[in-house]
Ligand binder design. Structure first.
Ligand code: TRP
Ligand code: SF4
Length: 327
């Protein structure tokens, strides 16, 4: 039986961190076995809230290197750049005419951005259009499933409505995609806020052992644990939140050790360092192997985009024909 087709994208907003790895990439790697996957660098989407991205070609390439180093496999999955796929743009223009403004203005991610008049004067049309472009990204490939984070669910719901509207007018041409949610908990930054590049609190995939150690040392622990003998509450500690993910086999021991002050924060952090470092080590090695092959990323993208054009080209042919753009 043919595998169902899956599409997902990641914005090119800078180097990737553990939040991307745990929240998205590990899921993508597993999904490759079950689905025909199309993964793309959402380059245009990255411009919805910034005017310029310095060294964009390098930023894109580095992101692709990160994907491959964690196990996204170009033999199994199509890897491409949205900015090479003009079919997405054409379909977005078409679908924008079928999308009521109200649907977009009610979208929670957009509403958050335009709380007041001042915000209205700076938020871009691209931001408003975000879900329309996302719909085009998906519909170009007639994807049946789309893995997204919880925050993206309203976008996917909109995509389904936009596609339904298109099909209502032109026949069953585009597929309505289903969301698959990853069950992974959101990772905290080292300062206990949401992990985000803009907060400067992230642990990057490219961390060296030394810089990783340094970041883990900076992690916020239980503030009540001032001295080594003070008992702590692991449930308020960022380090412990990480142990839940990376040290599940010793969680009880560490929790009890914290509560009774049998273990100090330094040792507790060292254990976490060993775990994360051991996970990152093979990723670092694969990154070095990839970087040692000049032209490899360009080849991967060329092959991926060739295949992507085949599929998107076919979809766009049907769309153009249905709408009367072909004579
Ligand atoms: N909006 C997604 C995010 O920020 C990225 C994205 C763009 C995407 N187009 C998509 C994800 C299409 C899935 C399908 O995470
Ligand atoms: Fe956090 Fe570990 Fe220190 Fe407890 S012992 S406060 S869990 S770092």
């Amino acid at each position: 039986m043919a595998k169902k087709r899956l599409v997902s994208g990641m914005r090119t907003t800078g180097s990737l961190h553990l939040g991307h790895l745990e929240g998205t990439l590990k899921n993508w790697v597993a999904l490759q076995e079950k689905y025909e996957c199309f993964f793309f660098a959402a380059v245009w989407h990255a411009f919805t809230d910034r005017l310029k991205i310095d060294n964009l070609p390098e930023v894109i390439d580095e992101m692709i290197v990160d994907w491959l180093s964690v196990g996204i496999d170009p033999e199994k999955s199509v890897i491409m750049r949205q900015s090479s796929m003009l079919e997405h743009a054409e379909l977005a223009v078409i679908l924008s005419n079928m999308t009521p403004l109200g649907w977009l203005e009610r979208c929670p991610t957009f509403k958050d951005d335009v709380r007041d008049d001042e915000a209205r004067s700076t938020v871009s049309l691209g931001k408003l259009m975000y879900p329309v472009l996302m719909t085009a990204d998906i519909a170009c490939y007639n994807a049946e499933v789309v893995p997204v984070g919880r925050d993206q669910l309203p976008h996917l719901e909109l995509s389904r409505e936009i596609i339904r509207r298109f099909n209502g007018n032109y026949g069953d041409i585009l597929k309505e995609p289903e969301a698959i949610l990853s069950s992974v908990p959101m990772l905290l930054g080292i300062d206990k806020r949401k992990m985000s590049k803009s907060y400067n609190n992230s642990i990057e995939l490219r961390e060296t052992p030394a810089s990783l150690k340094d970041k883990i040392q900076q992690m916020i622990t239980d503030p009540q644990r001032v001295r080594r003998n003070d008992p702590g509450d692991p449930e308020v500690c960022t380090v412990y939140a990480y142990h839940k993910i990376y040290t599940p086999d010793r969680l009880e021991e560490l929790g009890a050790g914290c509560r009774s002050a049998a273990i100090g924060c330094r040792d507790c952090k060292n254990i976490l360092f060993e775990r994360i470092n051991a996970m990152l080590e093979p990723i670092r090695q694969r990154r070095e192997e990839i970087k040692a092959r000049p032209g490899y990323i360009a080849d991967v993208l060329a092959a991926g985009e060739k295949r992507a054009h085949e599929v998107a080209g076919e979809t766009m042919h049907s769309v153009r024909k249905a709408m009367g753009f072909l004579y």
